[in-house]
Design a protein. Structure first.
Length: 115
């Protein structure tokens, strides 16, 4: 069983930055794939960025390439999403996901970007 808790969301002006954290507890194995998803109002949940727990295997959605950076701290059991040059269309609930044979999700953290 894996538990994921996201934090770091908030309200920011367009052009600003936020860093999201996903604290993982439970049995995290090196072959887990950790990722961030987001869901805007009345839209489907979409992939944002992902990274292998054993590193690197990093991938990004085209919409965030060059602006977002995913990283992980194995010692802290935490995955981060550094978000720069935020746009109004980045407004969404951001979810952390851990996947290996099965998927685990956090409850999400709200990111609101004002234009």
């Amino acid at each position: 069983q894996v538990q994921l808790v996201e934090s770091g969301g908030g309200l920011v002006q367009a052009g600003g930055s936020l860093r999201l954290s996903c604290a993982a507890s439970g049995r995290i194995f090196s072959n887990y794939y950790m990722s961030w998803y987001r869901q805007a109002p009345e839209k489907e949940r979409e992939f944002v960025a992902g990274i292998n727990w054993s590193g690197p295997g990093i991938s990004y959605a085209d919409s965030v390439k060059g602006r977002f950076t995913i990283s992980r701290d194995v010692a802290q059991n935490t995955v981060y999403l550094q978000m720069n040059t935020l746009k109004a269309e980045d407004t969404a609930i951001y979810y952390c996901k851990a996947q290996y044979r099965t998927s685990y999700w956090g409850r999400g953290t709200q990111v609101t970007v004002s234009s």
